[in-house]
Every structure is written in C-alpha cells, then in structure tokens.
Design a protein around this ligand. Structure first.
Ligand SMILES: [Zn+2]
Length: 497
C-alpha cells in the first residue's frame, strides 16, 4: 500500500492525501491551496490521479483548505461517495456554495477587465501560464498534461461553478462519530472528534491487503482541550502510521483566561468611551466562540450589556448549523442548554442580513459592538466598517484571530498609520488591539501532549500542515518523544509496509 502526499506539505493549505492499495484508492481531504500566488497556482495543476478511478473521499472538516477542491474533483469525473460527519456535510455545503459563487464572480470581473484591457490581460495570462509550468515541474507527468493549449484559456475560468458544486454535494454521506464504516474494498474509516470546528474529525483508516492489516491515522486539524462549545480532541493511542498537523509548531498560545480578560476589558473601554468595538472574525468557528464568550462575560456581570451587531450572513447560517448539532457540544455547553440558556446566542443581538442594515450600523446609537466577516479584512462586510471607522478614535479594532502576511488586517495589527481601502487613503486613528488566545488549533505543547497518549509508537509519523519554520521547530521535539518522523514534500509517495 502506498500513501501520496498531495497537499499541506511544508505549507498549511491544500490538504490532500491518496491512499492506494492493489484493490482500492481513497482520497483523504481535497482542499484548496490559499495564501501566496505560488501556493494558489497549485489549484490549477491537474490532479495527481484519475478522479474517475477513486473509490471514496474522506473529509476531515469543512474548512476550505480541506474541502475546497471537491467540486473541481467532481467536475473532473469523480462520482463516488464522500464521507464526513453530518455536521461537516452541512457546513461544507455552506462553504462550497459560497466558494463557487465567489469564483464565478471573480471570473466575470476578470472577463470585464480583459475586454477593456486585452493587452494587460494577455500579459497576465502569460505570466500565470509560466507560473503554472513552474508549479508543475515538480511532477513531470502533470507538466506534460498542463502544457495543453487549453490551459491558457482555462486559467481565468472559475475552478468550479455552483452547478459543479451541487453535483459534488449530492455525493456526500453523513456519518456518525466513532462508527467504523466500510468505504472501499478492504478499507474502513472511523471518524473521531478533533475538537477543531463543529463536525471536525480525526480519521482512522484501517486497510486490509492480503493477510496484512494496517491502521493509518490522519489527525486533520487538531483543536485544543477545553475550548468552549466543542468537545476535546479524541485521544488516540495506537496507529501503524500517523499524519499530524503542525500549524503551531514552535508556538505557545496565550492562555484562554487571558484572552477572555482582554475581551472583557475591550468591551468595558468601549462602553466608557461610548465607542464602537469592531471585531473581524471568521464566519465558522471563531464567530460562534466570540459570541459564546461575550454571552458568558455578560452573564457573569463582568461587562455591561452593549448592543451586539452580528453582521455576516454566512456566520448566521453557520450558527444555525451549530445550533442544530448541539449533540456535538461539550458537557458545559450542553449543561447551559439544559438550563435553557443558549450558549451561542447573545441577548438581543441584532442580526443584519440586508446590506442596507449593515451600512446603517455606523449611524446607530453608541456604544455598540460589531462582529463581522471576514477575519483578515481581505473582503466581506468588515471592509466597509473599517473604512468608515478607521479614523475614529472612539473605535477599537479588536483582532481575535490569525492575520495572514500581507493582508489589511496584518498591516493594521502591526501599527500602520495609513491604509488604502477602495483606492482611498485613510489615516488610522482608531485603537487597535489583538487577542491571540482564541485559536482553533492546538499549540505545540498541546500537540505534544496529544502525541503523548500513544502507547505504541507509529512506524512513521508524518508531519504535515505546517510552514517550514513550524515543522523545523516541531520535528525534533516529536523525535525526542521516541517517534520516527518524516516531513514529506509535495507529491511525494511513500510505501507503507
Ligand atoms: Zn481547519
């Protein structure tokens, strides 16, 4: 049996692995590459296998960097079952339909640009084609396939459409945690709670080939113990082979109590200043956690009851899915529900679905709080709020999540005194604060503690889903625990003996 590493190798996006035996082929995750152009171009590199020859796809969770290429796979001929927890199926529908819509819109806007500026568009296409060729040279066979003339015209087309996405969504099978499900000849899968976002899973794959049986554990993205709402990551004690994520290799998160204290402080300061507390937040996971914490602070009498605007239709849909899966919640959250408290609701929160209501928030009576998407201010409704309020000293911009290099969020977080939004130069006079203690990923000590539960060490532990620096920091510590490690490269294949 062989394992092919097709994404999230020495980077944090594009998760995709192919497990191949003499009888079956199963893909685990089929994520989109995000971030730098060098990464993003890999979304256009042909699949490393024939999609029509895959027997099943197993999906760890609904984040785009794990599920984002599934409609592309379906459009390329994949028609077999996709297994995920029921919660992941519902969240993935939301994520993929949104992604398809954004891609169709981007393709249309490029089309308009190309019609007005044919020369510039042609030059850009040429540069992108060269990048694609460079990206594919790591796989000569794929480079040959990508060299077809059709590649140039296809570069600006959406990777997939809403129609492709609906085709893919029809292939999903929602399964329960901890149920061992046969997924292909000689292969079963068990999904265990990963505590990362609602529905997230660690997947244990059991493979029988001849008289040989092997267990391969895919950690997916691992959450943190004691995160609100979600259960703790499942403790795994054995595997013949293990793939572990390493996003926060070499890093330690701020303690959660400190994060909650800083959040409370920001609310009180906003109240005193009769200002606006603006929190850019990812729609799935972080928004629900922030609302949970604001509700707890209010319930404990730590903060005054400021109006809260929830300004993200996507987050509202995600919250509805969270509510529908309260059986996935941890004991604390379920105890709140049993006492008729709604753990992921804030009293009298104002939900703004209509864009007009969103724009009206700036004129509303202060003090007030806003949670809006997206989390790194690279798009979405948050951008207009930042534009309207960035020069207002009574506004506190509070970062509660990771800011990617080069994003507007990162610039503001690093203390930019001037920003350019929609071609307009604006001076920054608002307060800027950051909380680093809310994270959906285990930090290094938490990853090592999770590994410490293995009573029998895997033959090899593959370190994936991490940037090179994080992996370089993490790997020696994993080895020091007695694990045999490997850091696979993109499109590397390994024989599982
Ligand atoms: Zn994730």
């Amino acid at each position: 049996m062989r394992l092919h590493f097709l994404g999230a190798t020495r980077t944090v996006t594009g998760s995709q692995y192919l497990l191949e035996t003499d009888r079956a082929r199963v893909v685990i995750d089929c994520g989109m590459f995000q971030g730098s152009p060098h990464d993003v171009i890999r979304n256009r590199v042909p699949f490393a296998y024939q999609p029509g020859e895959i027997d099943a796809l197993l999906l760890t969770h609904a984040h785009l960097d794990h599920c984002g290429l599934i409609p592309h796979l379906a459009a390329s001929g994949f028609r077999k079952p996709i297994y995920a927890t029921r919660g992941t199926v519902d969240l993935t529908r939301l994520v993929l339909l949104d992604s398809a819509k954004l891609q169709e819109e981007a393709a249309q806007s490029h089309q308009r640009f190309a019609t007005r500026n044919p020369d510039r568009a042609a030059a850009e296409d040429e540069a992108t084609t060269a990048e694609l060729a460079a990206a594919t040279t790591e796989d000569p066979a794929a480079a040959t396939r990508a060299a077809s003339p059709a590649a140039v015209t296809a570069l600006r087309a959406p990777l997939y459409t809403v129609v492709d996405t609906n085709t893919a969504l029809a292939l999903f099978h929602g399964i329960d945690y901890e149920a061992e499900v046969p997924v292909a000849p000689g292969i079963t899968a068990t999904f265990m709670d990963a505590g990362h976002i609602l529905g997230s899973a660690i997947i244990r794959v059991r493979v029988t080939e001849g008289d040989q049986e092997r267990t391969i554990v895919f950690s997916g993205d691992l959450g943190r113990p004691a995160t609100p709402i979600l259960r703790d990551p499942t403790l795994v004690t054995t595997a013949d082979y293990l793939l572990i994520e390493s996003t926060y290799g070499g890093k330690i998160h701020e303690p959660e109590e400190e994060a909650i204290r800083l959040l409370g402080e920001a609310v009180r300061l906003t109240s005193d200043a009769k200002g606006v507390l603006l929190m850019p937040s990812f729609a799935i996971g972080r928004t629900q956690e922030i609302v949970y914490q604001l509700n707890r602070l209010l319930g404990a009498g730590t903060t005054p009851h400021l109006p809260l605007y929830l300004d993200s239709p996507m987050a509202q849909k995600a919250t509805a899915i969270y509510r529908a899966y309260s059986d996935y919640f941890d004991d604390d959250a379920r105890a709140l529900i049993a006492r008729h408290d709604a753990p992921i609701d804030y009293p009298d929160a104002i939900v703004t679905n209509d864009p007009k209501d969103s724009l009206a928030i700036e004129q509303a009576a202060r003090p007030l709080m806003v949670v809006a998407s997206n989390g790194m201010i690279t798009g979405g409704r948050i951008v207009q709020h930042v534009k309207a309020l960035v020069a207002d000293p009574a506004m506190t911009l509070l970062f509660v999540g990771y800011q990617g290099d080069g994003t507007l969020g990162a610039h503001l977080q690093q203390g930019a005194t001037q920003v350019r939004i929609d071609g307009q130069d604006l001076e920054v006079h608002c307060q800027v604060r950051s909380i680093s203690g809310f994270s959906a990923h285990a930090d290094e000590p938490e990853l090592l503690a999770w590994l410490g539960n293995f009573t029998k060490k895997p033959r090899t532990t593959f370190i994936v889903h991490g940037d090179p620096a994080a992996q370089a920091a993490f790997e020696p510590k994993v080895r020091a625990l007695g694990f045999a490690t490997a850091v696979p490269g993109w499109r590397e294949t390994t024989e599982l003996t």
